[in-house]
Structure formats: structure tokens, C-alpha cells
Design a protein around this ligand. Sequence first.
Ligand code: ATP
Length: 292
Amino acid sequence: MLIKTASLRRKYGPVIALKGLDLSIETPGVYVILGPNGAGKTTFLKILSGLVKPSSGTATINGMDAWEKHPEVAAKMGTLIEQPEFHPYMTAREILTFHARLKGIADIEPEIRKVSLMTEITGYLDRKSGGFSRGMKQRLALASALLNDPEILLLDEPTFGLDPLGMILIRNVIKKLNTEYGKTVILSTHLINEASELADRILIFSKGELVYDRPADSEQKLSVTLKGDVSLISNLKPTVNGNVVYFDLAGKRTINNILAEILKKGLDIVSIRVMDNLEQIYVKMQGGNQPE
Ligand code: ATP
């Protein structure tokens, strides 16, 4: 499936939230939109989900316009935009049943079983949502978004306001939704470490523009501390600093290839570390200011 935007603009009165966005996203994968407050992340996700009409330009999903063909497009998407609010006296099962009916699902019980397994809330189905932690509410919202088996999930800051454990649980569920269930996830975040951990591709937004769009590993470096004569691996063209050598991980070079070559030359590997340059790139892309 192909998501495409062309010269996508959205104005709210005098504020230009998106300034002519051109991008394409191909499923499957995890796409992370990183950017400070007001960068246009939520507006982009709202346009894709058909909640907001573009001022000009287009957003299409497999050639179908997200606004004009809303029902068809919405059937392929599960959305979690804005903080979920549930009726506190309803159980998770009742809430999911209600949402399943709204989506016109006929066979509701197996569908609820499936989405609660995917989001790891099976043990909470018969508890009232009023007693749920924020993280639990978020997983319930994710379960609701997964009803009717959408191919694409649009998640606006899914870990916002969660404690560290809640964040870890949600991230693990998101990873699983992609790797085990083949869902494409497009999510927004302020958190650079979250982007590094989850993304196959990172899109950085700044003031309504797409300023960076690369595979997540394209800026990674491998740092290896060695024992032995470092010049033996000069064919690998590392950056050398004493007994520590650095390799770019872009392209076809994998950690496995590099380590195998080093071992072949008879050098001892003392330690390895994968380093991410994303923080510096993020600051540069926001015009050199510290992220908000
Ligand atoms: P945040 O991380 O704070 O959610 P964001 O990157 O998601 O930010 P948007 O919410 O898309 O950014 O907002 C982009 C710009 O559009 C901001 O300046 C915001 O104030 C403005 N904006 C968004 N929605 C509206 C609205 N309904 N009415 C007026 N202005 C809006």
C-alpha cells in the first residue's frame, strides 16, 4: 500500500501548519515523525485519517483521496489521535464491544479476543476502565484502533504522559504489531530515543516542513574497541582513535560483516557499541535550537 502526499498544505486562520508536504510511505514498516510542538505532526496524521481537510494539495492512500474517499480510506486505518477518554464505569470489554458495533463488526467476541491479545489487555477485559492506569487506557485505545484489522495504524504521541514502564509496554506492543502482525505504523513523537528504538524510517518535521527523511539506520555508527594491531583492518576504512575504531553502518555494511572481518584478521574484540547520531541531526534540522 502506498501513502502519498503532494504539495499538502493546511492553514488554520493565519497559521500555516503544513507548508506543501511531498512524501511517500510504503507499507509495511514503522515510520516515526519526529518534531517539536507545532511542527505539524498531528495535522499530518489528522489529514491522513480524514479528520482534517487539506487547504490545498492531496493526501492519498493507494490512490484514494483521504478526504474525498473517507469511508474507504478509514476502513484501512486504525487511529489513536488525541488522548483517549473512556466511560469510567464501562469495562474494557463493553468499551470494545461498543466500538466494534460502531465499526459494523458482525462477529464481535473473536475480534475482541484478537485485539486484546495483540495489545496484551486480555487479563483486564472485565475491569472497569475508571481504574486503569494511563498506560492501560492507551493500550485499550490501541485495541480499539485495531478492531476490524486495519493495515495501517496512525498513532499521535502514543507514549505521551506515560511513566517509563507504561512507555516500554506500549513500545513493545507497537514493535510486535509490526513484526508479528505486519501492521504499518506511522507515529509521531517528541522523543528522539523513541524514534531510534522504533523506526524503520525517520521523518523530521520542522515548522510545517519535512526537513529530514531517511532510513533509521542511515546515521548509525559502530564503535569497536580492539586488542591488537588496528592497521590490520585498514581495508575496512575505519575512523581510528587509538584502539577504538568507528564504522558507518549505512548501505550494505552490517555489524555482522564488520565483526567477521575483524575476527578474520586475528584481532580481539573487547567491546562494541552502536552509536546514533540522531540527536545532533535533530538539533541541526530545527535550525540549531535545542528541541522543545
Ligand atoms: P504538538 O507536538 O504540540 O502536538 P504538532 O507537531 O502535532 O505539535 P500541530 O498540532 O499539527 O503540530 O500544529 C501545527 C500548528 O497548527 C501549530 O501552530 C498549532 O497551534 C496550529 N493548529 C493546530 N490545530 C489547530 C486548530 N484546530 N486551530 C488553530 N490552530 C491550530
